[in-house]
Design a protein around this ligand. Structure first.
Ligand SMILES: CC(C)(COP(=O)(O)OP(=O)(O)OC[C@H]1O[C@@H](n2cnc3c(N)ncnc32)[C@H](O)[C@@H]1OP(=O)(O)O)[C@@H](O)C(=O)NCCC(=O)NCCS
Length: 327
């Protein structure tokens, strides 16, 4: 057998997030609005999931159009041209169609020429999977400038009268530019899934809508996800006390508080900043982390260079987390 002659490119030592943008649809839906069409009320929703209002996509807001609008802002902030991007990754579990996939459509809409392009479906964990894929492609030498998008139109897959899901799910998009860096600003991903709960969140068949076993998901997320966040900090060699901000997937305010409590009990500072975008954005699946981080930046609560611990989880049941520096 002859020795291998396959060559490998030399990648960057690390990667960093150089631009962030988001798109929130215009239509605000309050809990009182939902109470008009199903047996629920503002007090129940606020106390059980912490949501006061959420945004629903308008007729023209698609996974592709929302993702493109968020991406244009990330590109502008990074100070690059669309043609500088060599890879487009879209995390979504609610595409309008399986093919053509959303990444190529977003590339086309923005004038990004011939990038490597693919969609990721890791449900609500998708954004953290996308960041990991971008970081790994850059360090492997396959890519140098990657657009990572989380875009979801969950309302297209939700029964509007199902009070177990319709009170939670919403629409929106977030995007980041990930570029090569001499010093890593994105830590290793900790990812996995728990296939024993494969049916806990699901859509059955082509015309199905979201079903979830709420209490199963709640128990799983409040016990299993804090440790994933803690492992992500350890994997990056960052002390929990050094973490400035915790941005979890915005699933449910009670789940967010439970994860934050575990991370603080394990050594994070009691004044750790915690993203609570769920209150006014609802659960936007793979869009929720960039939406939440961008809101904190706009409010001046988080500044460039601060250490972010992100952790996401959802159907599958999947999870992923990593540390990165805020752009
Ligand atoms: C969905 C969730 C809010 C439901 O809360 P719950 O306490 O498990 O609710 P249950 O279905 O057990 O119902 C409890 C009571 O509230 C009522 N109820 C359920 N949904 C309601 C609603 N939307 N409005 C008003 N009442 C409601 C039930 O009828 C029941 O009433 P009863 O005690 O008189 O029979 C909760 O399970 C949850 O947050 N799970 C996690 C979901 C999640 O985060 N998913 C996304 C993961 S990415």
């Amino acid at each position: 057998m002859s020795a291998t002659r396959i060559r490998r490119p030399v990648g960057f030592p690390g990667s960093r997030i150089s631009g962030l943008g988001h798109f929130r649809p215009d239509t605000v839906v309050t809990n009182d609005d939902l109470a008009q069409i199903m047996d629920t009320n503002d007090e129940w929703i606020r106390s059980r999931v912490g949501i006061a209002e959420r945004r629903f996509a308008g007729e023209d807001d698609t996974v592709v159009s929302m993702g493109a609008r968020a991406s244009a802002k990330a590109i502008a902030e990074a100070g690059i041209r669309p043609t500088d991007i060599d890879t487009v990754i879209v995390a979504t579990c609610t595409p309008e169609s399986p093919v053509p996939h959303a990444a190529t459509q977003i590339a086309g809409a923005l004038g990004i020429h011939a990038p490597g392009s693919f969609d990721i479906n890791a449900a609500c964990a998708g954004f953290c999977y996308g960041i990991a894929a971008a970081d790994q492609a850059i360090r492997a030498g396959s890519s140098s400038t990657v657009l990572v998008v989380g875009s979801e139109r969950l309302t297209a897959w939700t029964d509007p009268k199902d009070r177990a899901t319709a009170i939670i799910f919403a629409d929106g998009a977030g995007a980041v530019i990930v570029t090569g860096a001499d010093e890593p600003e994105i830590g290793p991903v900790v990812w996995g899934c728990d296939e024993t709960h494969i049916d806990a969140i699901r859509v059955d068949g082509r015309n199905g809508t979201f079903f979830q076993e709420g209490q199963t998901v709640f128990r799983w997320a409040t016990t299993k996800i804090g440790p994933v966040a803690i492992r992500a900090a350890q994997a990056a060699g960052i002390e929990l006390a050094e973490i400035d901000v915790l941005v979890t997937h915005q699933a449910n305010l009670r789940i967010i508080e439970a994860i934050a409590k575990k991370v603080i009990a394990a050594g994070a500072r009691p004044e750790l900043k915690v993203a609570r975008d769920i209150v006014t954005s609802g659960n936007t699946s793979s869009a929720s982390i960039p939406l939440a981080l961008d809101r904190m930046r706009a409010a001046g609560e988080v500044t460039s260079g601060e250490i972010v611990l992100s952790v996401a989880f959802g159907a599958g049941l999947t999870y992923a987390g990593q540390v990165f520096l805020c752009p």
